[in-house]
Design a protein around this ligand. Structure first.
Ligand code: PGA
Length: 250
């Protein structure tokens, strides 16, 4: 099977990704149905804060923008600390205004089949996700599709891997991190018109190598980005340090 190698750019540091990500958002807003799928996690905090400034100062107009996100901890309503919508709104308050206006579509935290189906249909009615931002777990997960998740899944409830819960421990301390989440599936993610995956820091280097150099296999869910025809991978030098020289520098 032929695979589309994503465009891979190795940047001097994570901050260098910010103007590229903001340019992706500007390009999205030139689309007729600009629906942006946010990713959460430390990888995107600086981007969300930079986007907040752009929106607040009117350099990026939010009127036409529609937004959603990849995943939510099971049972975490949008205003619950530790949850993904709460994180997005804390870093980019304009998203909370969009939530109130009904132009930000939160992943249903109850995870019932009916609400997941309704969410998927709402995304379709909004024209489908045009730009999907993605992080990668150090175990290679994509959203909360943990290793072993079949590539044909849509939105579903999943059990978090041990490393995923470990990485979330500080976020929930002194409580235990949740064990379950509602996540966009690999099949859903692949439907987006464009994917932009970011990975920064040495802890991600083995997962980045598996994503770009291993098999395209559910053992490394992120490897599926190589099946997408319009995928961009932004790495800092540390995240790229286990790649050989065959990846073009950005
Ligand atoms: P991080 O999470 O941005 O906090 O590293 C990314 C992920 O787990 O997908």
């Amino acid at each position: 099977m032929s695979a589309n190698l994503p465009e891979v750019r190795i940047l001097p540091n994570a901050a260098a990704a910010l103007p590229l990500l903001l340019d992706e958002v500007r390009a999205l807003l030139r689309q007729p149905t600009p629906l942006l799928g946010f990713a959460t996690g430390g990888t995107f905090t600086a981007f969300l804060q930079a986007l907040a400034v752009e929106l607040q100062q009117g350099r990026i107009a939010a009127d036409a923008l529609r937004a959603t996100h990849l995943d939510e901890y099971l049972g975490f309503a949008p205003d619950r600390a530790g949850g993904m919508v709460h994180e997005l709104g804390t870093n980019c308050p304009a998203l909370l205004a969009m939530l109130a206006r009904g132009t930000f579509f939160p992943v249903p935290h109850d995870g019932t089949p009916a609400s997941l189906r309704a969410h998927d249909e709402r995304l379709q009615r909004a024209g489908g996700v045009q730009l999907q931002l993605l992080g990668i777990g150090r175990n290679g997960h994509l959203a909360f599709n943990e290793p072993g998740t079949p590539f044909d899944r849509g939105f579903h409830v999943t059990t978090l891997a041990a490393t995923t819960r470990e990485d979330a421990r500080a976020r929930f301390a002194p409580q235990e991190p949740p064990t379950q989440a509602v996540t966009s599936g690999i099949a859903t993610i692949l439907q987006a018109r464009r994917l932009v995956l970011c990975a920064f820091g040495a802890a991600k280097a083995p997962a980045v190598r598996a994503m770009l150099r291993g098999g395209i296999d559910p053992a490394c869910p992120a490897s599926v980005v190589r099946r997408h025809g319009s995928a961009l991978v932004l790495l800092d030098r540390e995240a790229a340090r286990e790649l050989d020289g065959s990846v073009a520098a950005g």
